[in-house]
Design a protein around this ligand. Structure first.
Ligand code: G3D
Ligand code: MG
Length: 188
């Protein structure tokens, strides 16, 4: 039985859905409005894991500061795990994931577990029918391949496809990261 407080960070390009994932997970429901705020906010949520582990996660979110590299080093400090988020309909956000992961690892001071999140899967269907848009869709296999590449650095890595809009896999994503952090600490 473990009682712990974990700091986790949500990272990824602007507008991939980080804040929406957090809001959906926190139970505030999906918000269609994008609020450009300053600084990083955080929220705490308790979760109960199998084996009686009681874990509180402090979820840090960049809150519109994604492009300001100068503010990000303190953001990562002390993080024990990261959700690396891209949008399946914005290929550039997928291409940038390795940069986010590298930056996190160097600032967190260690190679913390990463759960790779392919968000906005609900938009895949409607993009499929448009020949131009279809080319930008990131496939499940590409996501899995990237997760394997990250895991190749000797780090615990998982891959999940989510929709902050429908709620698909959102809770599972945060749970998965908490489990991986526990595993990395050798506690379970
Ligand atoms: P960010 O925090 O990574 O910058 P946000 O991203 O959570 O602010 O989301 C950016 C936009 O994408 C928002 O739309 C939000 O509603 C939308 N979005 C986030 N996740 C999903 C998803 O899974 N599916 C769909 N369809 N949209 C999503 P607006 O229009 O408000 O900018
Ligand atoms: Mg945000």
């Amino acid at each position: 039985m473990v009682t712990a407080l974990f700091k986790i960070v949500l990272m990824g390009d602007g507008s991939v859905g980080k804040t929406s994932l957090r809001r959906t997970y926190m139970g505030e429901g999906f918000r269609a409005q994008y609020h450009l705020t300053i600084g990083a906010d955080f929220a705490v949520k308790k979760m109960q894991l199998a084996g009686g582990h009681d874990v509180s996660v402090q979820i840090w979110d960049l809150a519109g500061q994604e492009h300001f590299k100068s503010v990000r080093s303190t953001f990562y400090k002390g993080a024990q795990g990261a959700l690396a988020v891209y949008s399946v309909v914005e290929r550039g956000s997928f291409d940038n994931i390795q940069n986010w992961v590298d930056e996190c690892w160097s600032n967190a001071g260690k190679k913390v577990p990463v759960v790779l999140i392919a968000n906005k899967t609900d938009l895949r269907e409607q993009f499929k029918d448009n020949p131009v848009m279809a080319q930008t869709i990131v496939t499940t296999d590409e996501g899995k391949g990237l997760a394997e590449k990250i895991a190749g650095h000797g780090v615990i890595t998982s891959f999940l496809e989510t929709s902050a809009k429908t709620g698909h896999n959102v809770e599972a994503a945060f749970l998965e990261l908490a489990i991986k952090i526990l595993e990395s600490g050798g506690l379970v």
